[in-house]
Ligand binder design. Sequence first.
Ligand code: PMP
Length: 316
Amino acid sequence: MKCPKGNEFLEGKLVPYGNIELSPSAAIINYGQGVIEGLKAHRTPDEHIVLFRPEENARRMKISAERMCMPSPSTEQFVEAVKQTVLANKRWVPPTGKGSLYIRPLLMGTGSVLGLAPATEYTFLIYTCPVKSYHKGPLNLVVKDKLYRAINGSGGTGGIKSATNYSPTYKAVNEARAKGFSDILYLDAETGKHIEEVSACNIFIVKGSAISTPPAEGTILPGITRKSIMDIAIDLGYQVMERPVPLEELLEADEVFCTGTAVVVNPAISVTYNNTRREYKTGADSVSQKLYEMLVGIQTASVEDTKGWNLQKNPK
Ligand code: PMP
């Protein structure tokens, strides 16, 4: 894909949280030319503030921006901007175990465009919000076919974090919630036979000591939590496979769980398909609980970070 070079990203500045001014003809509000990221800062018991793998978010934003014909900050610029923002908001990072500071980097076309063309001006901004630990409880998922999600066909934007990926899921999610489900499990758009993703998290199945997750080859978001959990699971001795996972296998699995920055590792207690509800193991001695504890342990520095995932920059 050929994209315009665009502007260089310059040093940014910290400003108090507030509304921003946009032209009515800004690319973001007319054509959705915008990409987002999401990551968290945690407070350790000894009062350090750590960021979990921010370089991975920087790399993913670059890939998303390229797909949407936008210039993007370098990895160094991205990480530095995140660090500065977190430092300025460090009093909002909750105590260990009580939550984290959610960080939302946002890159958008703010130049005016009336015809269909990439903007020539872009804005990169970051805001933060303290969030509680995610205790939604086990999920009740319902399977939906391709008709409900236009983004994950081949050549679509399912593999990037485009701002336009999310509102098309609202209708199906609202319908599912009205029927008592927590979220939707989408199938692949090509065959409708394999599991792909939940609205804003990746999916795994467990059968014995084998853990499988669909391959991130363009139709699903390559989650940073997904990648981290695969590495942790390998270290814990599980057999981890990235492969197309047929729906039948999910229905036969011992456990099903979701991963994402917001949900961390969240088990599904049930999946409903064709009005049939299948239940899964959750709880203290489940595989998903072991993986959850290890990941949160690393993120809050109570388990040794042997992989160098935490960026610990902000002492007391
Ligand atoms: N899939 C989708 C569609 C998402 O929005 C997210 C959240 N970013 C994920 C998966 C999980 O990605 P990550 O682990 O990087 O948060």
